[in-house]
Design a protein around this ligand. Sequence first.
Ligand code: G3P
Length: 223
Amino acid sequence: MELYLDTADVSSIRKWNDILRIDGVTTNPSILAKEKEDYLKVIAEISEILSDNQILFMQVVATSYEDILKEARQIAKLRKKNMYVKIPVTPDGLKAIKVLHEEGIGILATAIYSAPQAFLAAKNGADYLAPYVNRMENYGDGIEEVLTLQAMLGNANMDTKIIAASFKNVNQVKQLIAGGIAAVTVPVDVLSNMVLHPGTAIAVEEFSESWKKRFDEDKIRFE
Ligand code: G3P
């Protein structure tokens, strides 16, 4: 199971990449537009934080077939390996995915709102499919739709991975991991809520207090 950070905030990426075993970082135009630095500089900084084996995703901004192809080919060259291109599943995007897949460019089909739509992107050669779980809740049951997509891919013997995206709470992430999803990309606030629990903080404080009271120390002494 793969875990990605859905952010372009360099300090958060550095922090969570140190704490957790993450598989890479996903960005999109809105995420990059939030940063103060120029987007190419931000992408370069993220790339430096990540190892060659971690994947970095950058999305095309162009919307026409020809321009999507041009941007995707340039994005793919931004790193020596593991630089994947995100392409929204519009008709122009799907057409581009078909061609770019033939060229060997790693592709994540994004802005997915339904299982059938995602299935067609997989058929065209996308390596990853990003259904927008929380946004899909506006049209039905987002979790159920993603699990249906997973069953469709399995029944069709397709090895395209689902990278579930657009999470707003830990419970959504939990339900999809429990459902056996291949990958999730999680925003920093949701990831932070997955890690931090008040119960853990209270338990650790109790341990420290017991130790301090009995030994007047805040660490273990070995001699
Ligand atoms: O990669 C961005 C995708 O996860 C969408 O997230 O929060 O804009 O619905 P959001």
